[in-house]
Design a protein around this ligand. Structure first.
Ligand code: DAH
Length: 352
């Protein structure tokens, strides 16, 4: 019987050596220490033995059982350790791999420029006044001293939203930010009609024109309008304000010059050039060898416009201007095609 037990133990331990995973461990347990294993068979047949033999064989069989169970426990640990080592090997994290960058969007260049302009104007004491994009002919033209059928309207061909029944006052997309002047003046004047308060505001926003889209003209673009109204405001205030703005925008040394011009809503009117910041005034491709770049239109608010806004032109005077952030960006970065701004090409936009 002892030989038989030795053989059982030897066979079991030998077969345990080839066990490499959990499934094989389970199978080995069933085969060698399970209920119908040869070893358990010995226990089952103890009853058939004589009284003397029974404890001897029982003890010997128990020794084998303890040995096999110990071997199984040891093997189980080894299998687990091997599985863990394998997993660590395969799932290794390579911390030297370059990371994947996350694409973060940013403000549109026009918005960035709009904010630069407004930040400078805020430092100079201007408040932001936003006005509507959909306007009436009355506000966009008539109140600004463009009479019906006036040829100056041809400077700004319009997109009409609703014409037909509205006769002389069709609804249109504003062609400039200037109608905001009338709305702002009326709002301020309404707070104290007998002695309206002074005004110092910047009016930013999108404008729309029914124009052939070319490298130089778009059917939509931003403007920043400026309006100052008060008692004793002169052309010198206009010049000083614009010159100060140009230095803050284009650099301390930036010079400006005023050229006489015409707008229906200002008298006198002027266009302002800044000294070319690309060549410093020497003449280059960007300024077309003139040394100067046109940056805005401006003038003293026309008496009729003041009147329309609720400000008595015999008491009040004021100045206004209109400038284009996209135009400023084109000059600054030598962008030769305005269509890039609304072309939504990230290769263009991501440069800003
Ligand atoms: N509204 C004019 C335009 O769009 C720009 C302009 C010129 C605005 C002179 C003004 C101004 O306020 O005084 O062409």
């Amino acid at each position: 019987m002892q030989d038989k037990l030795n053989a059982i133990e030897k066979a079991a331990l030998e077969s345990l050596e080839s066990v490499k995973d959990q499934a094989a461990l389970d199978a080995w347990r069933v085969a060698h220490v399970g209920r119908s294993s040869p070893l358990m068979q010995v226990f089952a047949e103890l009853g058939k033995l004589s009284k003397e033999e029974r404890p001897v064989v029982g003890q010997a069989a128990n020794k084998v059982k303890v040995a096999l169970e110990a071997a199984l426990a040891e093997r189980t640990e080894a299998v687990k350790a091997a599985a863990l080592a394998k997993a660590l090997e395969e799932e290794q994290l390579d911390v030297t791999l370059p990371g994947r960058t996350v694409n973060v969007g940013h403000l549109h260049p026009s918005t960035q420029q709009l904010r630069r302009v407004l930040a400078i104007l805020a430092d100079m004491g201007f408040q932001v006044y936003t006005s509507r994009e959909v306007e009436t002919d009355e506000m966009n033209f008539q109140m600004l001293n463009f009479p019906p059928h006036h040829p100056a309207r041809e400077m700004q061909d319009s997109f009409y939203v609703e014409a037909g029944e509205r006769g002389d006052n069709p609804i249109l997309m504003r062609t400039h930010t200037s109608p905001g002047q009338i709305r702002a003046m009326r709002e301020y004047a309404a707070t104290n009609p007998s002695d309206p308060p002074a005004i110092r505001i910047a009016l930013p926003g999108m404008c729309f024109r029914y124009e052939q889209v070319t490298t130089r003209s778009e059917m939509q673009f931003n403007q920043v309008e400026g309006l100052v109204v008060g008692k004793g405001i002169t052309f010198a205030d206009l010049k000083g304000t614009i010159a100060d703005f140009a230095q803050r925008m284009f650099g301390q040394g930036a010079r400006t010059r005023f050229r006489a011009s015409y707008f229906p809503f200002t008298e006198p009117s002027a266009e302002v050039d800044a000294e070319c910041f690309v060549c410093g005034g020497k003449g280059c491709q960007v300024c077309k060898n003139s040394g100067w770049l046109e940056i805005l239109g401006c003038g003293m608010v026309h008496p009729v416009v003041l009147q329309n806004g609720g400000y008595d032109p015999t008491i009040y005077s004021g100045f206004a201007w209109g400038m284009g952030p996209e135009r400023q960006l084109m000059l600054r970065y030598k962008i030769n095609d305005i269509r890039y701004f609304w072309g939504n090409d990230v290769r263009f936009l991501s440069q800003f």
